[in-house]
Design a protein around this ligand. Structure first.
Ligand code: PGA
Length: 258
């Protein structure tokens, strides 16, 4: 695990975008794992700038997203499919047929998650997975208590997550209580992982994931076992790391060596 610490979220987003752009240039048919949430939006905007400047093309890239609310239609403005179209896919030249998001309306969710994992495997696995991190250390919707070997499945959201999401819905009753989510085990199979964490409310989660014990209580800590995992943090998110001064120079050197 490498920790890149930048002064601002903008700087960290650009460095993370460079890693993705480098992969897309090297392998125009690469497979990306993508994430929603407020954190990766700046990075997606940077990549969209690169496409506009004709530095890279996503024409032959395939993508699979981490998760989707269970019970929401892809056209719902809070669905993660909608989010991806708005914040990334509609800004770049990707073929929408090559973009995959779990179907929140799947009646038979077991069939849906099995087919999703099979499709990823058929594409050769995920080359690079983008992640955010929840303030409780979750990755995708792998809430505390998720097995570190878990696969894509139906998950129950914690009361805190449901409460946090309530602001996006008209009525409390509309807030989804379940989601379909890639598992921690699924995520850890990606060849490279790029996790973004910004702001002081992520400082405890980053501390737990990087310097805490490996635990299902902080599912991002499973990335300590990954051979090519990169955390891109701003100074606030990295503020509680004991070895932050060391990571600050080592991370950038590792990035240059890559
Ligand atoms: P955020 O969400 O990017 O909106 O902070 C991250 C997450 O919960 O995974």
């Amino acid at each position: 695990m490498e920790v890149i610490i930048c002064k601002t979220a903008e700087e960290a987003s650009r460095l993370a975008a460079d890693m993705i752009a480098g992969l897309v240039k090297k392998n125009p048919k690469c497979v990306l794992g993508l994430a929603t949430g407020s954190t990766p939006v700046k990075m997606y905007a940077e990549l969209a700038k690169d496409v506009k400047a004709k530095k890279i093309s996503f024409k032959n890239v395939k993508s699979w997203n981490l998760d989707e609310y269970y019970g929401l239609a892809p056209t719902h403005d809070q669905s993660y499919r909608y989010f991806m179209n708005e914040n990334f896919f509609d800004l770049i030249d990707i073929d929408k047929k090559n973009t995959h998001v779990l179907n929140g309306l799947a009646k038979d969710w077991k069939k849906e998650v099995k087919a999703y994992e099979a499709a990823i495997a058929k594409a050769g696995g995920i080359d690079l997975q983008v992640l955010g991190i929840g303030s409780d250390g979750h990755i995708a919707f792998n809430e505390p208590g998720s097995a570190l070997t878990s696969r894509t499945r139906l998950v129950s959201l914690t009361p805190q997550t449901i409460k946090d999401n309530a602001r996006f819905f008209k009525k409390a009753a509309d807030v989804p209580k379940y989601a379909l989510s890639m598992g921690v085990g699924t995520i850890c199979e990606a060849k490279t992982v790029v996790l973004l964490a910004f702001g002081k409310n992520k400082a405890d989660a980053v501390k737990g994931a990087v310097e805490g014990g490996i635990s299902q209580y902080c599912t991002a800590s499973a990335l300590q076992m990954h051979q090519d995992a990169w955390f891109f943090c701003d100074e606030e998110a990295a503020s509680k790391l004991k070895l932050k001064k060391y990571y600050a120079w080592r991370g950038l050197e590792e990035l240059a060596r890559r």
